[in-house]
Design a protein around this ligand. Structure first.
Ligand SMILES: [Fe+2]
Length: 294
């Protein structure tokens, strides 16, 4: 009798069965998630991002492409031509889309995304920006270098300061370029070496209509579009209210939705920069924040 058949006839029962992936030799473990929101928060906290699929219908994707292009053309014209956009290093970005079309406001308030944001940022956060990115085929884009959306921040915090939500209007893959990300990098101060980036970056294919929700401190970049089609995406940044929008949505909206309790805080009406001490005080009198629900 050889040793193999002996084992078959008389298998030795291993007292420590390590075949169960749910086994762990630890003293502490996060309790099981009670909801999809909690599951996704665990992903964001550890690796920096989560993917939510089916946020857009096919018709909405087509509509979004068309509107991003037309709003960009409008903004180019307002600045006196694309050469001025190049001069401002802001070409191929259509900014603050919701000011031009309510469709984008609805998309900025996707219910699952909002629920996760409330849990991660608290009740008082604002929409800092909503940009439509146009990645032309075989063309460099200003978002190509490695960056975090809170650009030039080189320290970490125990809770997120801002969250980004990148809507993929075009499919993300090796050919269209997508969004290479560095998992876990929202917890480190400095950008790692290029060697580390090259080895550890991930480019996860994702269908059009899905969204990446990620900690704005996670390092990422936009990949080079070597396909024949323009790649569109919309990036949202949601921040704690103490970060003032660089392009004021309230001023662009000119009072629109300022009396809507569900929107005024979100759009930044309650934390507008004021031009003088008097106007700041008057704004406090006219807008008693404590009575406002977010
Ligand atoms: Fe970015």
């Amino acid at each position: 009798m050889n040793s193999t058949s002996a084992l078959k006839k008389n298998p030795i029962k291993n007292q420590n069965d390590f075949s169960d992936v749910k086994g762990a030799m630890v003293n502490e473990q996060t309790p099981p998630a009670q909801s999809e929101v909690e599951e996704r928060i665990e992903e964001i906290q550890i690796r920096g991002y989560t993917l939510i699929e089916n946020v857009y219908t096919q018709e909405e994707l087509e509509y979004a492409k068309e509107r991003i292009s037309s709003i960009y053309s409008q903004q180019v014209e307002a600045l006196g031509g694309e050469e001025n956009m190049l001069e401002a290093s802001d070409f191929n970005i259509a900014r603050q889309l919701l000011v031009y079309d309510d469709f984008f406001l609805k998309k900025a308030r996707h219910p699952l995304v909002m629920e996760i944001l409330r849990k991660m940022l608290g009740d008082y956060f604002i929409l800092y920006q909503q940009n439509g990115n146009i990645h032309q085929p075989n063309t460099e884009n200003t978002t190509a270098p490695w960056h975090r959306d809170l650009t030039f921040y080189h320290y970490t915090s125990s809770r997120p300061l801002a969250m980004s939500c990148l809507h993929l209007i075009t499919e993300s893959n090796e050919s269209t370029g997508g969004t290479p990300m560095l998992p876990g990098s929202h917890k480190i101060d400095a950008l790692p070496t290029y060697k580390y980036l090259e080895k550890n970056q991930v480019l996860i294919p994702a269908p059009a209509g899905s969204v990446w929700l990620f900690d704005s401190m996670m390092f990422h970049r936009s990949g080079f579009n070597s396909s024949k089609e323009t790649r569109y995406s919309i990036n949202h940044m949601y921040t704690l209210h103490l970060m003032t929008q660089q392009i004021s949505l309230p001023r662009m909206l000119n009072g629109k939705w300022q009396d809507d309790e569900s929107l005024r805080g979100f759009l930044g009406y309650n934390c507008m920069q004021q031009g003088s001490v008097e106007s700041w005080r008057l704004e406090k009198i006219n807008n008693p924040r404590k009575s406002v629900k977010y």
